[in-house]
Design a protein around this ligand. Structure first.
Ligand code: G6Q
Length: 543
């Protein structure tokens, strides 16, 4: 593909960015009473306000032209057709198949994967119902009261985030725990509160070779072996989810407790597959189906909506604008909802692992930026911490505000206070406060003109900081499904424009390889002679 920076559209965008560099959003709002109407729309029950971006209609037109230039609709279709768009791993990318209805067909290597998906869902459903109803018993005949998901990265972040986010839908008969870190503290602190008679472990690993997960799985199995009065029955406490079911069976999980999924599901896109088993146990199969239905609604929108009303495309294009034309290096995600506490962490993996790439699909080094650093935490907490840097720091930090119109927990007027804070933050980041306003305010408070002038620079807020606001009616399985699918597809759009493979993760693989290599050194069984002096020195300090 032609280097995107050499296209006429990219160059026009560059020129346009220079020309509009000094444009203030507060002026744009004053000049155009219809700005809000122009830059807002609804898709799959999510409302997006992107009017507080440093854009005009011309900017959007050029960005949409860029999407046409990379034939975005054809690229979406290639994914939907099951083409092997993850070229470095020779795999199709079909998380959309995981939430497609039964009557659809997507063929991969001659197999209709939708059929397989629905068979797998029926199997999961069976386990979910047995565990939730108490029919699934532990070694002493007692019902399951605790489920521990052992997995890391894509096999942890999605299930953990969704289970937290949907707390109001989670059964109160079972407690859920997520163990990921190879640091034994994680499993130790989890196990110490649990009763082996009533604890079920889900070993979630696509490859079933991940060191952290296998180490924690072994620790869990040993704990069961030590505590179980009926050793023959500990199989009832172990379930595996993997794209390599044979490895899970080899590990010792009963074949009927192994729930498979497929190579064409990327780890960070896998919560919709059997990797979501802990979610399904937590919220029940009906709600899990609603989560899938919400994501499917966004999938359909992404595939069918025209570019200018296509939410993932618009958000992806704004991401490109901010990263490549306004030179933003980070992107904050600020959900004003306590249940979405883990969302920024989840999106960090989704976007940074997908689009944190330095070569294009052809393997050539890129001469433009790709994924910004994604970070954030729920409002209002961040307001009393890092928002200062967004307001008064030296960088432009685009923000996504996410706000549910209805709360699950109406206590006093707190939800209104939350809304006031969310809107005030996006307003302040857009409008800022200029020197004149600051001086007037200070003089009103009784400061002399000279005192006000001296203090003013410290109190000036430049504003003009871009943000999106997404309003969700209420956090439900369905709306949450749509929200996550929105971000998945936004990530896809950016990856297409950057011409990178958003679906491999060779840096992660390197980490997995390297840690293994040092084990003999740390066990004192290999010499450190061939290692660099720092690594060798540190190993010698530790052994
Ligand atoms: C996700 C990544 C990575 C992966 C973990 C766990 O896209 O590849 O985060 O999910 O390394 O891998 P396993 O599921 O194979 O244990």
């Amino acid at each position: 593909m032609q280097n995107i920076t050499t296209t006429a559209t990219w160059q026009q965008l560059q020129q346009h960015a220079e020309q509009t560099n000094n444009q203030q959003m507060r002026d744009l709002f004053e000049q155009d009473a219809k700005r809000f109407d122009k830059f807002t729309f609804t898709a799959a029950d999510l409302f997006l306000d992107y009017s507080k971006n440093r854009i005009t209609e011309d900017t959007m037109q050029l960005l949409l032209q860029l999407a046409e230039e990379v034939a975005i609709k054809d690229k979406i279709q290639q994914m939907y057709n099951g083409e092997k768009i993850n070229t470095t791993e020779n795999r199709a990318v079909l998380h959309i198949a995981l939430r497609a209805p039964k009557d659809k067909a997507i063929m991969v290597d001659g197999v209709n994967v939708i059929e397989e998906v629905h068979t797998a869902l029926a199997n999961i459903s069976d386990a979910v119902n047995k565990i939730r109803s108490g029919e699934w018993k532990g070694f002493s005949g007692k019902e399951i009261t605790d489920v521990v998901n052992i997995g890391i990265g894509g096999s942890d972040l999605g299930p953990h985030m969704i289970t937290e986010a949907l707390t109001p839908y989670v059964t109160d008969k079972i407690d859920f725990h997520f163990v990921s870190n190879v640091d034994a503290t994680h499993i130790y602190e989890t196990l110490k509160t649990l009763n082996p008679e009533t604890t079920l472990f889900i070993i979630a690993s696509k490859t079933f070779t991940t060191q952290e997960t296998l180490a924690n799985a072994l620790a869990a199995r040993e704990w069961l072996e030590q505590k179980a009065t009926n050793k023959n029955a500990i199989g009832q406490h172990l379930i595996a989810v993997s794209a390599k079911p044979e490895r899970a069976i080899e590990f010792g999980i009963h074949a009927e407790h192994v729930y498979p999924f497929w190579d064409w599901v990327g780890g960070r896109y896998s919560l919709w597959s059997a990797i979501g088993l802990s979610i399904a146990i937590a919220i029940g199969m009906e709600h899990f189906q609603e989560l899938l239905a919400g994501a499917h609604m966004m999938d359909e929108h992404f595939k069918n909506a025209p570019l200018k009303e296509n939410m993932p495309i618009i958000m992806g294009l704004l991401g490109i604008w901010n990263t490549n034309f306004l030179n933003c290096k980070t992107q904050a995600v600020l959900p004003y909802d306590q249940y979405l506490e883990l969302l920024p962490k989840y999106l960090q993996q989704l976007e940074m692992e997908s689009n944190g790439k330095r070569v294009n699909k052809e393997g050539e080094p890129l001469n433009y930026s790709t994924c910004p650093v994604i970070w954030g935490s729920p409002g209002t907490n961040g307001q009393h911490a890092f928002h200062e840097l967004i307001m008064q720091g030296t960088q432009i930090i685009p923000v996504d505000f996410i706000f549910p119109k209805q709360t699950h927990n109406p206590i006093g007027n707190q939800h209104m206070l939350l809304a006031a804070n969310c809107l005030a933050q996006s307003q302040a980041m857009m409008q800022g406060k200029n020197e004149q306003e600051v001086i007037a305010e200070l003089m009103e408070q009784g400061l002399s003109a000279q005192e006000a002038k001296t203090l003013a620079p410290h109190k000036v807020i430049p504003g003009n900081n871009p943000s999106n606001t997404i309003i969700i009616e209420k956090i439900t399985p369905k709306t949450l499904g749509s929200l996550i699918a929105l971000y998945e597809h936004k990530t896809f759009v950016e990856g297409i424009i950057w011409n990178i493979n958003s679906f491999d993760q060779w840096g992660v693989e390197l980490g997995k390889q390297l840690a293994k290599k040092l084990i003999p050194n740390l066990e004192g069984e290999a010499t450190t002679n061939k290692l660099d002096a720092s690594t060798a020195g540190l190993i010698n300090k530790l052994i």
